[in-house]
Design a protein around this ligand. Sequence first.
Ligand SMILES: [Fe+2]
Length: 228
Amino acid sequence: MRGQPLTQQSKADVLVTPGRSRTASFEQHIDREIQKLMASLPNPERLSPEERRGIVARYTAVLEGNFIYWMTAAYLSVASDAAHAIIRENLLEEVRDNHPGMLRKFAMAADAMPSDGDGRAVYRNLEGVRRFVGQLSGTKIVIMMAFFEGWIQRFMPYLAELAGRLGSAEREYTDVHGEVDVVHTRELFRALDAEMALAEGPEAPAAMLEGIEVLRTLIQRIVHHTNG
Ligand SMILES: [Fe+2]
Protein backbone atom coordinates (compact mmCIF):
# COMPACT_ATOMS: atom_id res chain seq x y z
CA MET A 1 0.00 0.00 0.00
CA ARG A 2 1.12 3.51 -0.72
CA GLY A 3 2.98 5.10 2.16
CA GLN A 4 3.31 1.89 4.15
CA PRO A 5 6.77 1.50 5.71
CA LEU A 6 8.95 -1.07 3.98
CA THR A 7 10.72 -3.80 5.88
CA GLN A 8 14.49 -3.58 6.31
CA GLN A 9 14.87 -6.54 3.99
CA SER A 10 12.89 -5.03 1.12
CA LYS A 11 14.67 -1.70 1.54
CA ALA A 12 18.01 -3.38 1.22
CA ASP A 13 16.89 -5.47 -1.72
CA VAL A 14 15.11 -3.02 -3.97
CA LEU A 15 16.77 0.17 -2.75
CA VAL A 16 13.46 1.94 -2.36
CA THR A 17 13.82 4.90 -0.05
CA PRO A 18 11.22 7.48 0.91
CA GLY A 19 11.00 10.31 -1.58
CA ARG A 20 12.47 8.21 -4.33
CA SER A 21 10.47 6.52 -7.05
CA ARG A 22 9.64 2.94 -6.14
CA THR A 23 10.51 1.90 -9.69
CA ALA A 24 13.99 3.50 -9.68
CA SER A 25 15.91 0.32 -8.88
CA PHE A 26 14.10 -1.54 -11.67
CA GLU A 27 14.80 1.25 -14.13
CA GLN A 28 18.48 1.09 -13.25
CA HIS A 29 18.57 -2.69 -13.53
CA ILE A 30 16.82 -2.60 -16.91
CA ASP A 31 19.17 0.07 -18.18
CA ARG A 32 22.20 -2.00 -17.19
CA GLU A 33 20.80 -5.13 -18.85
CA ILE A 34 20.11 -3.21 -22.07
CA GLN A 35 23.61 -1.74 -22.03
CA LYS A 36 25.11 -5.22 -21.65
CA LEU A 37 23.04 -6.53 -24.54
CA MET A 38 24.02 -3.61 -26.75
CA ALA A 39 27.70 -4.05 -25.91
CA SER A 40 27.49 -7.73 -26.91
CA LEU A 41 26.20 -7.04 -30.45
CA PRO A 42 28.52 -8.31 -33.17
CA ASN A 43 30.02 -5.69 -35.48
CA PRO A 44 27.68 -5.62 -38.52
CA GLU A 45 30.63 -5.03 -40.80
CA ARG A 46 32.21 -8.35 -39.85
CA LEU A 47 29.04 -10.45 -40.21
CA SER A 48 28.43 -12.52 -43.30
CA PRO A 49 25.30 -11.72 -45.37
CA GLU A 50 23.67 -14.88 -43.99
CA GLU A 51 24.45 -13.84 -40.40
CA ARG A 52 22.94 -10.39 -41.04
CA ARG A 53 19.86 -11.96 -42.62
CA GLY A 54 19.54 -14.36 -39.68
CA ILE A 55 19.38 -11.60 -37.07
CA VAL A 56 16.70 -9.68 -38.98
CA ALA A 57 14.74 -12.89 -39.61
CA ARG A 58 14.86 -14.15 -36.01
CA TYR A 59 13.95 -10.68 -34.72
CA THR A 60 10.94 -10.73 -37.06
CA ALA A 61 10.00 -14.29 -36.09
CA VAL A 62 9.84 -13.23 -32.44
CA LEU A 63 8.37 -9.72 -32.65
CA GLU A 64 5.81 -9.94 -35.43
CA GLY A 65 3.42 -12.37 -33.78
CA ASN A 66 4.25 -11.97 -30.11
CA PHE A 67 4.62 -8.34 -29.14
CA ILE A 68 0.90 -7.56 -29.13
CA TYR A 69 0.16 -10.95 -27.52
CA TRP A 70 2.54 -10.22 -24.63
CA MET A 71 1.31 -6.65 -24.23
CA THR A 72 -2.22 -8.09 -24.15
CA ALA A 73 -1.11 -10.47 -21.38
CA ALA A 74 0.14 -7.41 -19.47
CA TYR A 75 -3.26 -5.75 -19.97
CA LEU A 76 -5.09 -8.85 -18.71
CA SER A 77 -2.81 -9.16 -15.69
CA VAL A 78 -2.56 -5.67 -14.21
CA ALA A 79 -4.94 -4.49 -11.50
CA SER A 80 -4.69 -0.69 -11.41
CA ASP A 81 -6.71 1.71 -13.54
CA ALA A 82 -3.56 3.66 -14.43
CA ALA A 83 -1.73 0.59 -15.74
CA HIS A 84 -4.79 -0.50 -17.74
CA ALA A 85 -5.06 2.94 -19.36
CA ILE A 86 -1.35 3.07 -20.24
CA ILE A 87 -1.21 -0.43 -21.71
CA ARG A 88 -4.45 0.14 -23.61
CA GLU A 89 -2.88 3.18 -25.33
CA ASN A 90 0.15 1.10 -26.25
CA LEU A 91 -2.02 -1.69 -27.72
CA LEU A 92 -4.23 0.77 -29.60
CA GLU A 93 -1.20 2.24 -31.32
CA GLU A 94 0.20 -1.19 -32.21
CA VAL A 95 -3.08 -2.31 -33.75
CA ARG A 96 -4.19 0.95 -35.36
CA ASP A 97 -0.82 1.67 -36.99
CA ASN A 98 -0.31 -1.98 -37.98
CA HIS A 99 3.10 -2.48 -36.39
CA PRO A 100 3.26 -6.19 -37.28
CA GLY A 101 2.67 -5.25 -40.93
CA MET A 102 5.40 -2.62 -40.71
CA LEU A 103 7.85 -5.23 -39.44
CA ARG A 104 6.87 -7.74 -42.14
CA LYS A 105 7.47 -5.06 -44.78
CA PHE A 106 10.87 -4.32 -43.24
CA ALA A 107 11.90 -8.01 -43.30
CA MET A 108 10.61 -8.52 -46.85
CA ALA A 109 12.50 -5.49 -48.16
CA ALA A 110 15.72 -6.87 -46.66
CA ASP A 111 14.98 -10.32 -48.09
CA ALA A 112 15.05 -11.61 -44.53
CA MET A 113 11.65 -13.18 -43.96
CA PRO A 114 11.79 -15.86 -41.25
CA SER A 115 12.30 -19.41 -42.53
CA ASP A 116 11.42 -22.68 -40.79
CA GLY A 117 15.01 -22.80 -39.56
CA ASP A 118 14.75 -19.30 -38.06
CA GLY A 119 11.57 -20.37 -36.27
CA ARG A 120 13.28 -23.47 -34.93
CA ALA A 121 16.30 -21.45 -33.79
CA VAL A 122 14.21 -19.35 -31.40
CA TYR A 123 11.53 -21.91 -30.54
CA ARG A 124 12.79 -23.08 -27.14
CA ASN A 125 13.55 -19.63 -25.74
CA LEU A 126 10.33 -18.22 -27.19
CA GLU A 127 8.41 -20.98 -25.42
CA GLY A 128 10.14 -19.94 -22.18
CA VAL A 129 8.76 -16.40 -22.48
CA ARG A 130 5.30 -17.73 -23.39
CA ARG A 131 5.20 -19.88 -20.26
CA PHE A 132 6.30 -16.95 -18.13
CA VAL A 133 3.66 -14.67 -19.66
CA GLY A 134 1.05 -17.40 -19.09
CA GLN A 135 1.47 -16.97 -15.34
CA LEU A 136 -0.35 -13.63 -15.78
CA SER A 137 1.62 -11.84 -13.10
CA GLY A 138 0.92 -8.17 -13.79
CA THR A 139 3.88 -6.51 -12.12
CA LYS A 140 6.39 -8.98 -13.52
CA ILE A 141 5.04 -8.73 -17.07
CA VAL A 142 5.08 -4.93 -16.96
CA ILE A 143 8.74 -5.07 -15.88
CA MET A 144 9.48 -7.43 -18.78
CA MET A 145 7.66 -5.20 -21.29
CA ALA A 146 9.46 -2.07 -20.05
CA PHE A 147 12.72 -3.92 -20.64
CA PHE A 148 11.47 -5.05 -24.07
CA GLU A 149 10.42 -1.55 -25.19
CA GLY A 150 13.66 -0.07 -23.91
CA TRP A 151 15.78 -2.64 -25.71
CA ILE A 152 13.78 -2.36 -28.96
CA GLN A 153 14.26 1.39 -29.02
CA ARG A 154 18.02 1.09 -28.50
CA PHE A 155 18.32 -1.77 -31.00
CA MET A 156 16.71 0.10 -33.92
CA PRO A 157 19.82 1.78 -35.37
CA TYR A 158 21.59 -1.59 -35.38
CA LEU A 159 18.64 -3.33 -37.06
CA ALA A 160 18.47 -0.52 -39.64
CA GLU A 161 22.17 -0.92 -40.35
CA LEU A 162 21.79 -4.66 -40.93
CA ALA A 163 18.94 -3.97 -43.37
CA GLY A 164 21.04 -1.36 -45.14
CA ARG A 165 23.89 -3.84 -45.55
CA LEU A 166 21.34 -6.32 -46.92
CA GLY A 167 20.48 -3.79 -49.62
CA SER A 168 17.23 -2.42 -48.18
CA ALA A 169 16.30 1.24 -47.77
CA GLU A 170 12.97 0.46 -46.01
CA ARG A 171 13.06 2.25 -42.63
CA GLU A 172 9.48 2.83 -41.47
CA TYR A 173 9.61 0.16 -38.76
CA THR A 174 12.98 1.21 -37.32
CA ASP A 175 12.22 4.94 -37.55
CA VAL A 176 8.87 4.57 -35.77
CA HIS A 177 10.24 2.31 -33.02
CA GLY A 178 13.34 4.36 -32.40
CA GLU A 179 10.97 7.23 -31.56
CA VAL A 180 7.78 5.98 -29.92
CA ASP A 181 9.37 3.42 -27.66
CA VAL A 182 11.06 6.14 -25.60
CA VAL A 183 7.61 7.31 -24.53
CA HIS A 184 6.35 3.72 -24.23
CA THR A 185 9.15 2.78 -21.86
CA ARG A 186 8.53 5.80 -19.67
CA GLU A 187 4.80 5.08 -19.60
CA LEU A 188 5.37 1.45 -18.65
CA PHE A 189 7.41 2.57 -15.64
CA ARG A 190 4.43 4.70 -14.65
CA ALA A 191 2.23 1.60 -15.01
CA LEU A 192 4.71 -0.35 -12.89
CA ASP A 193 4.59 2.32 -10.21
CA ALA A 194 0.79 2.09 -10.12
CA GLU A 195 0.90 -1.70 -9.84
CA MET A 196 3.51 -1.63 -7.09
CA ALA A 197 1.42 0.88 -5.17
CA LEU A 198 -1.48 -1.60 -5.23
CA ALA A 199 0.55 -4.68 -4.34
CA GLU A 200 0.00 -6.20 -0.93
CA GLY A 201 3.66 -6.34 -0.05
CA PRO A 202 6.90 -6.25 -2.00
CA GLU A 203 7.79 -9.54 -3.63
CA ALA A 204 11.36 -10.79 -3.58
CA PRO A 205 13.19 -8.66 -6.15
CA ALA A 206 14.75 -11.70 -7.81
CA ALA A 207 11.27 -13.04 -8.58
CA MET A 208 10.25 -9.66 -9.97
CA LEU A 209 13.07 -9.87 -12.51
CA GLU A 210 12.09 -13.29 -13.89
CA GLY A 211 10.61 -11.78 -17.07
CA ILE A 212 13.81 -9.90 -17.82
CA GLU A 213 15.78 -13.13 -17.52
CA VAL A 214 13.61 -15.17 -19.90
CA LEU A 215 13.37 -12.36 -22.44
CA ARG A 216 17.09 -11.58 -22.28
CA THR A 217 17.84 -15.22 -23.08
CA LEU A 218 15.53 -15.02 -26.09
CA ILE A 219 17.12 -11.78 -27.31
CA GLN A 220 20.57 -13.34 -27.01
CA ARG A 221 19.32 -16.18 -29.17
CA ILE A 222 18.08 -13.70 -31.79
CA VAL A 223 21.41 -11.93 -31.90
CA HIS A 224 23.93 -14.71 -31.41
CA HIS A 225 22.46 -17.85 -32.89
CA THR A 226 24.70 -19.57 -35.37
CA ASN A 227 23.63 -22.50 -37.45
CA GLY A 228 25.22 -25.84 -36.67
FE1 LIG B 1 5.35 -1.56 -32.18
